[in-house]
Every structure is written in structure tokens, then in C-alpha cells.
Design a protein around this ligand. Structure first.
Ligand code: SF4
Length: 227
């Protein structure tokens, strides 16, 4: 497997936000979202055997919540899925952050999938989400939309309603996009869309969704990596 980093922090952007969590960041991504804050994952990475990954996670004990992220971790599904099965057997609680572009049907149902459906502002909305992945969702999972503007919001709203995502997943998350050239300060001025505006739209539409802020960008300065 090719990895970028393994580190301990707090989970930043799901209903697990704020919990101590070990992040396993895999190398490589097949998308190029306009607001991506993980471009350093696109190339490089170091090779580790899956058992070495589990040993590196165990060395960060006693935290038992582990998130596989990237990049797009499911590009390495051949090694990642068996590793997730093994780590579930070892008693870890697992999160998988994925774009939903790769098939998710083989992911063990105990893993909490956090599936990011790309909106038009990402530049990757057209065809990036594999629609059959909706059938792989369980109440254990969360679906996330990163919102840059009103067009993104309306895309997310219609997608949530059309696919009844609130019935199929445990949570539906709307997260304001982060500006590409953000200020060094920990402030909502760095959001491409003011969270207050997003909340007003959600309330006006009675949307069955949850506002999600990237809390690590308010705990640490936005440019800090590996937190
Ligand atoms: S899928 Fe994630 S890692 Fe890949 S380009 Fe989009 S935001 Fe970046």
C-alpha cells in the first residue's frame, strides 16, 4: 500500500467530529476537486505492507477510532478492504472517507463510510459519483456535500431528496467549502460560503441534513498539515 502519513488527531468533519482518531492517509487520487486541500497526496507516498499499517496504528494506542482517508483510499481497495476486515477483527472502529467514485459494495458493513458526493463547484460533479453506491449505504454511513455556492446547495438538496439519503444513511452532512487561498487566521472568513447563509437555506427548506464545519481548521491554522 502507498501511504502519505499516519498520525493521531481529532476527527474533524463528520458526526464523529471532536473524537480522538488515528488517520491513515493513502496516496493517490483520480479526481481534481477545485477546492482540494490534500493535493500533496496526489503523487509519491511510501510503501507499507498492510500488517505494518496496523502495527503503526497500534503504536498510537489507546485510540481505537481509525479513519482511512486520502487522496482516494479506495484506489487501493485490493489491499485496503482486507486490512479493514483484519482491523475490525482486532476491535477497531473504522471510518472510510471516500468520493464514492470507486465501488463501495465490498467495504465491510461495520465500517462507517463517509461518502463525499461532488457538487458542481468542485469541477468533478459530472459522472464522478457511482450511483450504484447508494445501494451500498447503511445507517452506519454518512453522505457529505461540500458547498461553494447556491448552485451547489441546490444540487445537494435535489440529490438528497431524489435519493432519500436521510432514510438510507445515518447522517447527511453539508460542509461549506474552504477557500483555496485562505487567510492564516482560524476564521469563517476562509469559507467560500458563509456557514450562516448555508444554515439559513437549510432551515428555509427544512432539509434533513446536518451542518458540518471542518473543526480542525478552527483548532489549528488552516495551512497546518498532519493535524
Ligand atoms: S477527491 Fe478528495 S483528495 Fe481527491 S481531489 Fe477531491 S478533495 Fe482532493
Amino acid at each position: 500500500m502507498y501511504l502519505i502519513e499516519i498520525y493521531k488527531s481529532v476527527q474533524g468533519e463528520s458526526s464523529f467530529a471532536g473524537l480522538p482518531c488515528i488517520f491513515v492517509r493513502l496516496a493517490g487520487c483520480n479526481l481534481r476537486c477545485s477546492w482540494c486541500d490534500s493535493e500533496y497526496t496526489f503523487t509519491g507516498g511510501y510503501k507499507m505492507a498492510p500488517e505494518q499499517v496496523e502495527a503503526a496504528v497500534a503504536a498510537l494506542a489507546p485510540v481505537r477510532l481509525v479513519e482511512f482517508t486520502g487522496g482516494e483510499p479506495m484506489l487501493q481497495a485490493g489491499e485496503l478492504v482486507p486490512l479493514m476486515r483484519q482491523m475490525l477483527t482486532s476491535g477497531y472502529e473504522l471510518l472510510l472517507e471516500t468520493s464514492g467514485e470507486r465501488p463501495l459494495g465490498e467495504v465491510p458493513p461495520q465500517v462507517h463510510k463517509i461518502v463525499d458526493v461532488k457538487c458542481p463547484g468542485s469541477g468533478e460533479a459530472a459522472g464522478s459519483f457511482r450511483i450504484e453506491n447508494i445501494a451500498a449505504l447503511t445507517r452506519n454511513d454518512e453522505v457529505k456535500f461540500v458547498i461553494s455556492d447556491r448552485a451547489d446547495y441546490e444540487f445537494a438538496r435535489e440529490f438528497i431528496r431524489e435519493h432519500e439519503l436521510d432514510e438510507k444513511a445515518g447522517a447527511v452532512l453539508l460542509s461549506p467549502a474552504w477557500k483555496k487561498n485562505s487567510l492564516p487566521e482560524r476564521t469563517t472568513a476562509n469559507c467560500a460560503l458563509d456557514p450562516k447563509t448555508l444554515v439559513e437555506w437549510m432551515l428555509a427548506d427544512e432539509l434533513p441534513a446536518r451542518l458540518s464545519l471542518q473543526i480542525h481548521k478552527y483548532i489549528w491554522e488552516p495551512q497546518v498539515k498532519g493535524v
